[in-house]
Design a protein around this ligand. Structure first.
Ligand SMILES: Cc1cc2nc3c(=O)[nH]c(=O)nc-3n(C[C@H](O)[C@H](O)[C@H](O)COP(=O)(O)O)c2cc1C
Length: 116
């Protein structure tokens, strides 16, 4: 989870956006909807990422977001819990992987600033 100024981002885990991020968004919904915000996700499935963002974040935030982005993903085995390792073993993906979309991160920042 990352909340940095007006950017809010989350990772996808087992078909859902990190529940801590969604809880935070819901608790602070009134404050967040009054700000200019950008939303992004990190997820292993690029084709579904923006759709996942639009379905996963509270509708009110998706509606007011000035920029939306998919930033790629990273799997670092040293940071995973035992349960995560077991889950990844089950789908045959227990390995370090990284495909961060630096161009998309730049575009997101550019869109966010232009929309201002
Ligand atoms: C246990 C586990 C489950 C995951 N499930 C999904 C998933 O359902 N859909 C998806 O798009 N990405 C999935 N991912 C990929 C993560 O979203 C991706 O690795 C992300 O970069 C993790 O970010 P973080 O390390 O900041 O939490 C999964 C990763 C792990 C480790």
């Amino acid at each position: 989870m990352l909340f940095m100024s007006q950017f809010s981002g989350a990772s996808y885990y087992i078909g859902k956006i990190d529940k801590n991020v969604i809880r935070f968004c819901n608790v602070h919904l009134a404050t967040l909807t009054e700000k200019r915000i950008g939303l992004f996700v990190c997820a292993g499935e690029p084709d579904k990422a923006i759709e996942q963002l639009e379905v996963g974040f509270p509708r009110e935030l998706v509606h007011v977001a000035c920029a939306k982005g998919y930033f790629g993903y990273r799997i670092d085995l040293t940071r995973l819990s035992l349960l995560d390792r077991i889950l990844l073993t089950g789908v045959g993906k227990l390995r370090n992987e990284e495909d961060m979309k630096r161009g998309a991160i730049r575009d997101f920042a550019k869109n966010f600033l232009q929309e201002g």
